[in-house]
Design a protein around this ligand. Structure first.
Ligand code: ZN
Length: 644
């Protein structure tokens, strides 16, 4: 190391001194209030299995086809026209399209960590050059507020998405820096943020508001990456909501935007679901760095509000189409569920931070619920059709899966989640290794003591309960292995090198196994994937008298495609009869389907009658994983079924 560089490093916080390639998916290595520390994306290779196949589809089909669509729809030309002012290229698409390209870049960047691809890397480099050629000397960069609209900059902060786009630019830049060490985009986004830090903030500077929260979490991660405290301070300013008067915000703004009033004054999730959850995620990042107890209290209040009354059984979030918003507590309609893919992902990001702060298995359980169901449903098995909404029932006339949306936020959000997915599976802490999610995978990383550690997971999850973990620490060392015992695994057995463990696994906790672990040690878990009926709180009026069917982490749905008899909306569960499971390798890429001798209700009675519906008759039913609804084309489907 050159002496000057070494000298400079002395003045950087420890977090920024970790080489880019060793920084975790979230770089929490030196974050004072993080109990858990995510591993780098490159440290986890998914092996053939459930998620590897989804990740491969995202990388091989989804990422390249979406780039072609972004090109076709003018998203890249929106940047090119700024570098060539007289080109005659028109500005196309809504005002937030820059963010779609940035999110695509983030997805493509993470994909290189798991599947190196020199051609894709060259495309990313060219795309970054295209973007940065449009950046102004001040650092400002946004393809909407240019030319005739330049005078409108910062005048539409509630709707303009300038900071939202910058947030996604920063996250893409950090991802690419961590994967390749290249910092051109990082320097570009930092230049824009330095311009904000210089000119915006408390009076006499100009006021600033995240009309669509997102910049808060990007700022926290940039602070972790660069060590520049000003970036965290800017996040704190955005979360403080001090600019209500100067920006003339209405009460409606404060609810809808989930911004503009002090975050620590929030008592419930409300307003636009993605905005609210990104704001809470950014606030959780701020808490992780500062330990501010008022933030911790608010975060726990909001987390409880979400999981106790505002989350669908799929992990989806957002009950109302109007305002893409949260509803009242227990307002969880099935067909009308808005449940934007981005909202389910935002919930996962929020719970990821809460898990890092607490090590509480309940948060990992919520991540799993969303990931396997309400997020996974967002991308088709082909990788080229996407859901914006992920309802819990729909008819054959609903076109829910589409190749393109003018508001194209969800497709690249799904891609970046799947590309980086392995890094959600594991964390380290000072005393050991945590395994949150189970799929065939190899971890090649190290304990926080510095000892190199490999862990290999072989499992039949999510269809079977067998999980075998083989450890290869570089030397014999005492540490704790934390295995998440899912809430659905009511009876779990644990063997260590073939012998029953003394520790008793409990659902929805981490099983802590503290041992001197040596190379070749094996831990075998048998999770209980028995099919279960799930009942909603009776206040969820749409689900009263009904049940959903879950097996392991997978939620099921009855779709007309597999049920040639009665309409699926007439089907009911007969509680006297069992539900059978069978793995069908040729269906939907290989899934376990459920069959049941249920009932068909008589719906020929007219809309209203003076006696209860007449007796129902037996009807066989077949259920498929919810995430695959409409994957074989639109058809009636439903998650919740009456129980008789
Ligand atoms: Zn979206």
């Amino acid at each position: 190391m050159r002496p000057v560089l070494a000298f400079l490093l002395l003045f950087l916080p420890a977090a920024a001194q970790v080489p880019a390639s060793d920084q975790g998916l979230l770089h929490l290595a030196s974050t004072p209030n993080a109990r858990l520390h995510p591993v780098p994306v490159r440290a986890v290779s998914l092996q053939p299995g459930f998620w590897k196949s989804r990740q491969d589809t995202a990388i091989r089909n989804s990422i390249p086809t979406l780039l072609a669509l972004l090109e076709e729809k003018g998203t890249l030309d929106n940047f090119r026209r700024l570098a060539k002012p007289n080109s005659g290229i028109p500005r196309r698409g809504p005002l937030y399209t820059d963010s779609d390209l940035y999110k695509w870049l983030e997805a493509a960047a993470w994909s290189l960590a798991v599947q190196p691809n020199p051609k894709l890397e060259a495309t990313i480099d060219q795309t970054i050059d295209t973007i940065l050629a449009a950046q102004e000397p001040s650092g400002y960069l946004n393809t909407w507020f240019t030319g005739d609209r330049s005078s409108l900059r910062w005048t539409q902060q509630t709707s303009g998405h300038e900071l939202y786009c910058l947030g996604h630019m920063t996250q893409a830049a950090i991802a690419y820096y961590r994967v390749t060490g290249k910092r051109k985009l990082l320097d570009g986004s930092t230049k824009f943020i330095d311009y904000l830090v210089r000119d915006f903030g408390p009076s006499p500077k100009q006021p600033l508001l995240t009309g669509h929260p997102e910049l808060e979490l990007a700022r926290a991660e940039l602070y972790r990456t660069t060590g520049n405290r000003q970036y965290l301070d800017l996040a704190a300013y955005l979360l403080s909501g001090v600019e209500r008067e100067r920006l003339k915000l209405s009460n409606r703004d404060l609810v809808y935007l989930f911004s503009g009033k002090p975050f620590t004054g929030r008592t419930q999730f409300e307003g636009h679901a993605v905005r609210a959850l990104y704001a809470a995620t950014g606030a959780a990042d701020y808490y992780l760095e500062t330990g501010d107890p008022a933030y911790r209290r608010t975060l726990e209040t909001l987390a409880a509000d979400l999981s106790s009354s505002k989350m669908f059984v799929t992990g989806g979030v957002g009950s109302r189409a109007s305002g893409e918003a949260f509803g009242e507590p227990f307002e969880l309609p099935n067909r009308q569920a808005y449940t934007e893919s981005c909202a389910a992902i935002a919930g996962m990001l929020f719970h990821q931070r809460m898990l890092a702060a607490t090590g509480d298995a309940r948060y990992a359980d919520l991540i799993e619920r969303a990931l396997y169901n309400g997020i996974n449903s967002g991308m088709s098995s082909s990788g080229t059709l996407y859901c914006y909404r992920n309802p819990l029932a729909a008819s054959a006339s609903d076109r829910i899966r589409n190749p393109w949306y003018d508001t194209c936020c969800c497709p690249p959000n799904l891609q970046r989640t799947f590309a980086a997915l392995g890094a959600y599976f594991y964390s380290t802490s000072r005393d050991g290794l945590w395994v949150h999610l189970y799929d065939n995978s190899t971890l090649d990383w190290r304990l926080e003591s510095g000892t190199a550690l490999k862990a290999q997971v072989q499992t039949g999850q999510p269809w079977r309960g067998d999980v075998q973990v083989t450890l290869t620490p570089a030397k014999i060392e005492e540490f704790t292995l934390y295995f998440r015992i899912p809430s659905w695994s009511l009876k779990t057995t644990v063997l260590i090198n073939g012998n029953p463990a003394a520790e008793q696994p409990k659902p929805n906790t981490y099983l802590a196994l503290k041992r001197a672990w040596k190379p070749g040690d094996k831990v075998t878990l048998t999770l209980d994937v028995e099919t279960r009926l799930v009942y909603a709180n009776p206040r969820v009026s749409e689900d009263y008298g009904k049940a959903a069917i879950q097996r392991g982490p997978i939620l099921y749905a009855a779709e007309q495609t597999d049920n040639p008899g009665p309409a699926v909306f007439d089907l009911a569960i007969d509680h006297r009869n069992p539900i059978s499971a069978e793995f069908l390798p040729s269906l939907l890429g290989g899934v376990t389907v459920l069959t049941h001798k249920g009932l068909a209700l008589d719906s020929s009675t007219g809309l209203y009658a003076y006696q209860p519906p007449s007796a129902s008759k037996p009807a066989a039913m077949t259920l498929i994983p919810y995430y695959a609804f409409h994957d074989r084309g639109p058809a009636n489907f439903t998650v919740w079924l009456p129980v008789r």
